[in-house]
Design a protein around this ligand. Sequence first.
Ligand SMILES: [Cu+2]
Length: 167
Amino acid sequence: MRRIMIPILTLMIGGPLAAADTPDEASAPTMAERISVHAPWARLMPPGQPNTAAFMLLENASEEDIVLVAARSPASEVVELHTHIQDEGMMRMREVARIDVPAGGQTELRPGGLHVMLIGLVEPLAPAVAVAITLVFADGSTLELHAPTRHPRDMSGRGQHPRQPPD
Ligand SMILES: [Cu+2]
């Protein structure tokens, strides 16, 4: 029984891997190649704050959905994808497993909504620098971007000042 099973398992594992190497698969644009990132920025925090967040507009002009599944950065010990939810009248942050950018659509990461959470800053963010962030997509492709730091002028009175400060 064992002699029969082992060759079959080897075939099952080898099949899909071999198929991924065909020229057709390799030439299809990756999610990282199809995404456009507009106006990324990272929020400057008061001294002593160990965490901050980065925001951007993700645009997908292609005909296939794009799914962001993770982000990395040398600026903090941990990087997570977050959203805000209403919980008994309080705005709370919650980690999400994915951020979808639908075909032909846009997804905005903004204060009070979706964001890239930088937890445990290696050093405080300084004005006029850019934070390196690598976006990781569901197909394994990656895109590195640089998010300039910016003061969160709209954070204290979100209701009165719903608009983002201009770039
Ligand atoms: Cu967060």
